[in-house]
Design a protein around this ligand. Structure first.
Ligand code: GLA
Length: 390
C-alpha cells in the first residue's frame, strides 16, 4: 500500500476540512545488547524499513477518531480530549490515546482533536516493536499537527512511559529510542543509563542482515519478561550489600567475577552474568564494526545467543533451531535472537550471494523440527520517526 493510496483512503473516510499530513515510524531490530536496557547497560539497535504510517488532519472540535487498516474489524474508535483514560474496549487505539494523554500530562497543549488513519507493515507479533512504532508515529503526528516544540529524546521517553504506565508493559527504553532516533544505514550504540548515544555506520560489504521470523505466537512473553526483570533486581540487591552500584550495567566482567558469590541464588546469578557479559559484548561489537572485522562481530552475535539460551533462558526451541541451523550454513558469519525472545525473530549476518540457499536450508530444517515454516526478510536500515513531505 503506497502513501498516496493511504491519503486517498483517509480522505474518503474522514472528508477532512484541514490540511492532511503523513507520517512514518519504523520498527527496529537489535544487533546486540539484549535484556541490557533495563539493567542500565548498552544496546545496539537499528530502525528498519518496515513500520507504521499515519495520515492525519486536525479537527475543529475535541474529538479524536482512530482507524487502522490492519484492524478494520475494530472499526472507528472515537474518544474525546476530555476523557483519555485507558479503556479496554479501545483496544489497539490505547497506544495512540496514551500518547495523547501523556503529551498533555507533559504540559503540551492540544486544544482540538484530530482524525487519523494508521497502516502498518511490520509483521504481526514478530518482536520488531510494532507498539513502539505506533507510539512514535503518533508522537511525530502530535508534534507536527500542533506545532509543538519537543525534544526528540523527550518524545522517546513519553513513548516508554505510555508503554510502562498506560499500557502496563514494563519494558526498557531501547525500542522507543531506536525508533525515535533511528538513522538510515546506521545503528545506535546507546548507553541506557545516561542516554548518551553514538551512531555507527553499518557497512557490511558483501553481507546483509537477514531477519528470520519464527512465526511462533509469543505466549507468556510478558510474564517471563517481568520475571527476568525482577531476577536482575534481586541480583543487584545482593551485590549492593557490598558494592556501591546503581545498576548491573556498571559492573565490569572482572568485578562481576570477583563479587558474584554475593548473589545467593544460582539462577539469579546466571541472569546477572548474562547482563554483565552481554554489556561488554555490545561495546566490543562497535569496535569490531569500526575495525571492519565482520567475522569478530559475527562471533559476538553467536556468543550473545548462547548466553540468552543458557544463562538468561529466553530463547526456546524455535529460536534455537533457527539460529543453530544458521550457524551451520556456509556464508553465515553470525546469528542470534533479537528483541525480548520467547519467539519473535532472529537475525543473521549472511553473504548476499548465498541468501537463497541459506533460506532454503534453514526452512527445511526448521519446518521438519517445528512443524511450520519461518519467514525471511532482508533488513534495510531506514530513518527514525518522521513526517513524510510528499
Ligand atoms: C523488549 C523490550 C526492550 C528490551 C528488549 C530486550 O523489546 O521492549 O525494552 O528490554 O525486549 O532486550
Amino acid at each position: 500500500m503506497n502513501e498516496q493510496t493511504l491519503i486517498d483512503k483517509f480522505i474518503e473516510l474522514y472528508q477532512p476540512k484541514n490540511e492532511v499530513h503523513t507520517f512514518f515510524a519504523p520498527g527496529r531490530i537489535n544487533l546486540i545488547g539484549e535484556h541490557t536496557d533495563y539493567n542500565g547497560g548498552y544496546v545496539f539497535p537499528a530502525s528498519i524499513s518496515f513500520g507504521t504510517y499515519a495520515v492525519a488532519a486536525k479537527r475543529e472540535d475535541r474529538t479524536i477518531q482512530f482507524y487502522s487498516i490492519n484492524l478494520k474489524e475494530k472499526g472507528m474508535i472515537t474518544v474525546t480530549l476530555d476523557d483519555l483514560n485507558y479503556q479496554k474496549d479501545d483496544n489497539w487505539a490505547n497506544y495512540p490515546k496514551g500518547m495523547v494523554d501523556f503529551f498533555i500530562k507533559a504540559g503540551f497543549e492540544l486544544s482540538h482533536g484530530f482524525d487519523v488513519l494508521y497502516y502498518g507493515n511490520i509483521p504481526n507479533a514478530a518482536g520488531l516493536s510494532s507498539s513502539a512504532s505506533i507510539e512514535l508515529v503518533t508522537g511525530v503526528l502530535l508534534e507536527s499537527l500542533y506545532q509543538l516544540d519537543i525534544d526528540r529524546i523527550d518524545m522517546v521517553k513519553i513513548g516508554q512511559q505510555v508503554e510502562n504506565k498506560y499500557i502496563g508493559v514494563n519494558s526498557g527504553i531501547m525500542d522507543q529510542f531506536a525508533i525515535g532516533m533511528g538513522k538510515k544505514n546506521h545503528a545506535i550504540l546507546l548507553d541506557c543509563d545516561t542516554l548518551d548515544y553514538q551512531y555507527a555506520p553499518i557497512e557490511l560489504g558483501n553481507y546483509v542482515i537477514m531477519i528470520i521470523n519464527t512465526n511462533k505466537r509469543r505466549e507468556l512473553a510478558e510474564s517471563k519478561y517481568n520475571e527476568r526483570r525482577s531476577e536482575c533486581e534481586h541480583a543487584l540487591k545482593d551485590l549492593q550489600t557490598q558494592l556501591p552500584i546503581k545498576s548491573l550495567g556498571e559492573l565490569s566482567i572482572d568485578q562481576f567475577e570477583t563479587n558474584k558469590h554475593l548473589i545467593s541464588n544460582e539462577v539469579v546469578r546466571k541472569r546477572a552474568k548474562h547482563a554483565v557479559y552481554e554489556n561488554q559484548r555490545t561495546k566490543d561489537a562497535l569496535a569490531k564494526l569500526q575495525a571492519d572485522d565482520l567475522v569478530g562481530f559475527g562471533q559476538l552475535l553467536n556468543e550473545s545467543h548462547l548466553s540468552l539460551q543458557y544463562d538468561y533462558e529466553v530463547t526456546g526451541v524455535e529460536l534455537d533451531t533457527l539460529v543453530q541451523t544458521a550457524w551451520e550454513q556456509d556464508g553465515v558469519l553470525g546469528a542470534r535472537m533479537t528483541g525480548a525472545g520467547f519467539g519473535g525473530c532472529a537475525i543473521a549476518l549472511v553473504d548476499k550471494n548465498k541468501v537463497d540457499q541459506i533460506e532454503k536450508n534453514i526452512t527445511d530444517v526448521y519446518t521438519s523440527k517445528v512443524g511450520y515454516s519461518p519467514t525471511f526478510y532482508q533488513a534495510t536500515i531506514g530513518d527514525g520517526a518522521k513526517e513524510l513531505k510528499l
